[in-house]
Write a protein that binds this ligand. Structure first.
Ligand code: F6R
Length: 364
């Protein structure tokens, strides 16, 4: 049942405010001041390092979480693609907790990576959507993301729910390590409870995203750029676009532009820049200007302040609600999804069942 939507993907995008609210309700204490992990929880004082392993979109959720864990909690994080990790014989040294993120909980490479860590890592944690899945069952602790069934092959609500659970974990770690006071935690959690409302605001501006996709739908290629927390998001935006619209899209950390990809820039190359007005904004803007100086057409996704500061020359700006900087990945997942969705609809591709792809990749 598509609930009145044209595609499951549209339905699942629209469900995000609701599923994230449910998720927060499940993980937050009744007064909303603390984070309750399931029985057998995790003691972050006993963890020196996290090794996070996943595939595809779940891998980008892990990349985002690296920024959160390192900045908020001071815990070093290694992130790996499961198909690489499993055959490299990586040393899993010291007090390492291995974290596996998977919507289906059945991805063959991720499961094999988990089994490699059995007896090597101190403990095995998973972040899954399907609680009875193999990955959940073989973990010491499985954290559900409560996204509900995801039918569209391109992952949407599972991604934002994975991000939300991983952010809760990072905040919990920061509190345990004494890097966040009880008051600061309460404050962050109350901002987090504002995310579903902010997502609704983005969904209400859906028409603007549809209009913005003309540039992409007419192109054979696209580049996505982002810095800091927007770097993994750029990858997610490029992956969504190539999966469902079959447009060749690549993502780079903005700072990498001049180390090669800038050679691709001409007037036929649309460049999606994801840049909320945060500490790194000015750096991203200067990368963006390098693109524009070479005729590249920039689609800037930012907030009101960012749009005002970006100045002239941007082909199109999409204005996002203002939000606390640590929460931007959850909110900016929406434009990544909506741009891909509307481009695919404009091109007439099979949004829910893109060619060559399977929802659950149970063979390597
Ligand atoms: C992208 C997508 C895939 C999955 C990947 C991992 O939209 O859906 O990249 O994220 O196949 O799947 P799970 O999370 O089930 O392990």
């Amino acid at each position: 049942d598509k609930g009145g939507h044209k595609h499951f993907m549209a339905k699942e995008i629209a469900e995000q405010p609701m599923v994230i609210s449910d998720l927060l309700q499940a993980y937050l204490s009744e007064d909303g001041h603390s984070i309750d992990l399931p029985e057998g929880g995790i003691d972050f004082n006993k963890i020196d390092r996290l090794t996070m392993v996943a595939c595809g979109t779940a891998f980008y959720a892990c990349l985002t979480a690296k920024y959160w864990f390192e900045q908020l909690a001071g815990i070093p994080v290694e992130v790996d693609i499961a198909s690489e990790f499993r055959y490299r014989e990586p040393p899993v040294a010291g007090r390492t907790t291995a974290v596996f993120v998977s919507q289906s909980g059945e991805t063959a490479d991720t499961l094999a990576a988990l089994r490699y860590c059995e007896g090597r890592a101190d403990s095995i944690l998973s972040v899954v959507n399907v609680p009875e899945s193999s990955i959940a069952r073989e973990s010491d602790l499985a954290l559900p993301i409560y996204a509900g069934a995801e039918i569209g092959v391109a992952s949407t609500k599972a991604f934002t729910c994975q991000l939300t659970v991983l952010l809760l974990l990072a905040l919990k770690a920061a509190e345990t390590k004494g890097r966040l006071s009880a008051e600061e935690l309460t404050d962050k959690l109350s901002l987090l409870r504002g995310v579903p409302g902010a997502i609704n605001q983005v969904l209400e501006a859906d028409q603007t995203f549809r209009a913005a996709t003309r540039l992409l739908a007419e192109s054979d290629n696209a580049l996505f750029l982002g810095r800091g927390l927007m770097f993994p998001l750029a990858y997610e935006g490029a992956l969504k676009l190539k999966e469902i619209s079959y447009i060749h899209a690549e993502a780079y950390a903005s700072g990498e532009l001049k180390h090669g990809p800038i050679a691709l820039i001409d007037k036929k190359m649309p460049v999606v820049v994801m840049a909320p007005k945060d500490q790194l904004f000015d750096k991203t803007v200067s990368n963006m200007q390098e693109v524009m100086a070479r005729g590249g057409k920039v689609l800037l996704i930012t907030d009101r302040e960012g749009a005002a500061e970006a100045g002239d020359g941007v082909c199109q700006s999409l204005i996002m609600p203002e939000i606390d900087p640590i929460l931007t990945p959850i909110l900016y997942a929406l434009p990544a999804q909506l741009l891909a969705y509307h481009t695919a609809v404009a091109k007439g591709t099979d949004v829910d069942q893109p060619r060559n792809l399977a929802k659950s990749v149970t063979v390597e």
